[in-house]
Write a protein that binds this ligand. Structure first.
Ligand code: ADP
Ligand code: MG
Ligand code: ZN
Length: 479
């Protein structure tokens, strides 16, 4: 199959829960993991005659996300009813935004592919909507849990600017990082608070027109998204190569079988009978509100990445890894004051620290000693008080005990001996004990230098500063 002749075209629709305490139109709690139907009231259960009241915090978080993605914030937007029937939707319609979303026309810059050029993915829109409940089919019965009904979501729709599954993964990671930086969402895919629908089509390379797309629904892990796209691209190319036509359908990803299955033929906007929600007034956002939110925006991942490259001379890759998570970037920055070598600090955080974090499954704040202690440890390496190996041993011990760097190094006797008199004495002793080797060395067997270094290091219990040993031995062996 000639897949090289084809190019994938991908646009993503991401639904993410907003980090509010209460739901979009009522005061019910949004806490995840409550017992079935504990977080419900007449409003979010869709009882007749109740009225929705908009949660102001939702609007603020949607605006924060819009500003972080360079969108225009609409001064005037409206809510619409999207009608469809499903048991998890008690009102028979979802309150959403259709023609006038709160945010329009932004973009997200992805880390470069190694050429230093950021890749820009345009956003079509971001709108506010409510989540539905959850159907549970168990033991011969179908049950509905309305805890999630009315939980605030934003939907972030990208233009079809992505060209591979790897692009899609990079986009999702970057979007999730942004949402977490601005405290809009926790981005927890496994809890369903960050879900993605993928629109995928293929076209002949060089063609300007788009092919017919399929939509893959509700993918809840980065790996599923990437696998589902690869699978769908291959399937479409195969159909076209065999002379067939791709149908505009909605597919469901089956992770167990590693394949997509058609779920239903695609529904169109007019199937939903969108019309303005009569129970809510238009949403008016004053310019002062936007400006006061703008004033509280943190430095964003792309800016932080650029700053690390510019000011700390880190590579694209290093800056990308360190800024992917705000807590990790904060940790790194809290570790480096007073250090000369930022690059080795970056490496230390990316390897030693993140390895422990990932293995523990905990947050960086819980998994490893405070940043100041890592800074202290790295400073001891720079000041040649400990070797790199000793630092690794100390770090492992600190993770277990929670003790500080100085105390751990002292306790484990890891301090490196730089005392020249002590090292000189050890050198003399070794040289005196090895007259034959000394004669060989002086006769031209330079390689024996390493033997002498090893012997001195051994005599000093492995704790001598190797640079001082080298300097002193060179002098003494020369005679
Ligand atoms: P719908 O409302 O049916 O979901 P939209 O026109 O709003 O459709 O588009 C939804 C998503 O589909 C957007 O992310 C958009 O970028 C993407 N998209 C549109 N056309 C194509 C295409 N031909 N191939 C891939 N993705 C597409
Ligand atoms: Mg869609
Ligand atoms: Zn409620």
């Amino acid at each position: 199959m000639n897949t090289e002749a084809y190019e994938a075209v991908i646009g993503l629709e991401v639904h993410t829960h907003l980090l509010t305490k209460s739901k979009l139109f009522c005061g019910c709690s949004t806490t995840f993991g409550a017992g079935p139907n504990e977080n419900v009231c007449p409003v979010c259960m869709g009882m007749p005659g109740v009225l929705p009241v908009l949660n102001r915090r939702v609007v603020e978080l949607a605006i924060r996300t819009g500003l972080a993605t360079h969108c225009t914030i609409a001064p005037h937007s409206i809510f619409d009813r999207k009608s469809y029937f499903y048991p998890d939707l008690p009102k028979g319609y979802q309150i959403s935004q259709y023609e006038t979303p709160i945010c329009k026309g932004g973009y997200i810059d992805l880390p470069s592919n190694g050429d230093g050029q950021p890749r820009r993915v345009r956003l079509t829109r971001i709108h506010i909507e409510e989540d539905a409940g959850k159907n549970i089919h168990a033991a011969g019965a179908s049950l509905v849990d309305f805890n999630r009904s009315g939980v605030p979501l934003i939907e972030i729709v990208s233009e079809p600017d992505l060209r591979s599954s790897a692009d899609a993964g990079a986009y999702l990671r970057q979007l999730r990082a942004i949402l977490r930086y601005v405290d809009a969402s926790d981005g927890k895919m496994e809890e369903g608070s960050f879900r993605c629908d993928c629109n995928v089509s293929v076209r002949k390379r060089g063609s300007q027109e788009f092919g017919t797309r399929t939509e893959i629904k509700n993918l809840n892990s980065f790996r599923f998204v990437e696998n589902a796209i690869d699978h769908e691209v291959a399937r479409q190319v195969e159909i076209i190569e065999a002379g067939g036509r791709v149908l505009q359908e909605t597919h469901l990803w089956d992770p167990a079988r590693n394949e997509t299955r058609p779920m239903r033929s695609k529904e169109y906007a007019n199937d939903y009978r969108y019309f303005p929600e009569p129970d809510l007034p238009p949403l008016i956002v004053a310019p002062e509100m936007v400006e006061s939110i703008r004033a509280t925006m943190p430095e964003l991942p792309a800016d932080r990445r650029a700053r690390y490259i510019r000011e700390l001379a880190l590579t694209d890759y290093e800056a990308g890894v360190l800024t992917a998570d705000r807590d990790v970037a904060d940790y790194f920055e809290a570790a480096i004051p007073g250090l000369k070598n930022r690059k080795s600090a970056a490496n230390w955080v990316m390897t030693e620290v993140l390895r422990v974090v990932h293995e523990s499954g905990k947050s960086i704040g819980e998994a490893v000693p405070p940043a100041s202690e890592i800074g202290a440890l790295l400073r001891m390496i720079e000041e040649q008080k400990i070797s790199l190996n000793a630092a690794k041993m100390a770090f492992a011990a600190m993770v277990k005990s929670g003790k500080g760097a100085e105390a751990t190094v002292a306790e484990l006797g890891l301090a490196q001996v730089s005392d020249e008199a002590a090292i000189a004495a050890a050198c003399e002793k070794i040289i005196a004990a090895e007259p034959a080797k000394l004669a060989e060395y002086r006769g031209g067997r330079d390689k024996l230098f390493g033997f002498f270094v090893g012997q001195v290091m051994k005599a000093m219990g492995g704790k001598a500063n190797p640079k001082v040993i080298n300097d002193i031995l060179k002098q003494k062996l020369a005679g």
